[in-house]
Design a protein around this ligand. Structure first.
Ligand SMILES: C[S@@+](CC[C@H](N)C(=O)[O-])C[C@H]1O[C@@H](n2cnc3c(N)ncnc32)[C@H](O)[C@@H]1O
Length: 225
């Protein structure tokens, strides 16, 4: 993907304007997408079917992973209209045959639904990066409830971001980030792996691999049982 540093987005903060066609560029994407792609490579290579992305933001992860796994169909989504415009602009820009238009999905709605129009509704995977800490806990609850409904047996949920472990931050930078999140909104904050795993088990999702990522981030992997 072409780097386009002249139009940027820092989620939750004022950002530079988008490109004329609506494409946004997140600096964090350039720092993290290769490591995420490497961590998920083996799974994506053997998976077949549809992958739903929750909280796609700019759409750059959708493009990167649709390019990485052309045998999968990637379904981006976001509740934010400006972000959906960016996703769709990246889609038009890259013309990827396996990347679908951005859907309006707000996982804080407990009964959120994924497209009814696809021939094979049970999803192979759901990917969600950098969402549940920049949102109330109800968003994590809605995400897992929907994953229970929409993932096929053996399907995967991938959750990327910073996490606490057993009540403790794993790095001072994550503690500072957590503090800044809670200052902006007391309902936001870095989530604890134990709480996320307990939520997952209530929704028939078994905690699976944990990938250690750069900058004190993790990918938590869950398997639908
Ligand atoms: C920090 S951005 C992350 C974007 C992208 N996943 C990434 O890692 O670059 C968080 C995204 O989550 C979306 N979001 C916020 N609340 C949401 C909700 N209730 N359901 C789904 N997405 C949500 C926001 O609109 C935003 O695009």
């Amino acid at each position: 993907m072409t780097r386009a540093p002249e139009f940027t987005v820092a989620f939750g903060r004022p950002a530079d304007p988008a490109a004329a066609d609506g494409r946004l560029d997140a600096a964090a994407f350039h720092r993290n997408h290769e490591a995420i792609g490497t961590a998920l490579a083996a799974d994506l290579a053997t998976m077949q079917g549809d992958v739903l992305e929750i909280g796609s933001g700019t759409g750059q992860h959708a493009v990167a992973f649709a390019q990485q796994a052309p045998h999968l169909v990637w379904w981006p989504s976001d509740p934010n209209a400006e972000h959906r415009r960016s996703v769709d602009a990246w889609r038009a820009h890259t013309a990827l045959a396996n990347l679908r238009p951005a859907a309006m999905i707000d996982v804080s709605q407990p009964d959120w639904q994924w497209s009814d129009t696809t021939p094979s509704p049970p999803l192979a995977a759901i990917f969600c990066a950098n969402v549940i800490h920049i949102a109330p806990w109800s968003v994590a609850q809605g995400l897992f409830a929907g994953a229970e409904r929409h993932l096929r047996s053996g399907g995967k949920l991938y959750l990327y971001g910073p996490f606490k472990a057993h009540g403790e931050h794993t790095a001072p930078s994550n503690a500072a980030f957590d503090e800044s999140l809670r200052t902006r909104d007391p309902a936001w904050g870095v989530r604890d792996i134990d709480d996320v795993n307990a939520l997952a088990r209530r929704h028939h999702l078994a905690p699976d691999k944990v990938h250690t990522m750069p900058a004190n981030n993790l990918i938590l992997t869950f398997t639908r049982i």
